[in-house]
Design a protein around this ligand. Structure first.
Ligand SMILES: [Zn+2]
Ligand SMILES: [Zn+2]
Length: 58
């Protein structure tokens, strides 16, 4: 399901995705599709200290 609206993170009008953690609707640019969470909930973007699960593969 795709919904359009205003992203609460960047403020742009776009198709929105639901964050699995905070439940907010954020745009594609503010959404981590690999984790199904917004960038504010995605580990590694904000809290780099909690990114130990990352393997370092680029
Ligand atoms: Zn956004
Ligand atoms: Zn979130």
């Amino acid at each position: 399901m795709e919904r359009a609206g205003i992203c609460p993170i960047c403020g742009s009008v776009s198709k929105l995705n639901t964050c699995a953690i905070c439940g907010r609707l954020v745009c594609n640019r503010c959404y981590d599709h690999s984790r199904s969470v917004c960038i504010q909930c995605s580990p590694g973007n904000i809290l780099s200290e909690m990114s130990t699960e990352r393997t370092g593969l680029v």
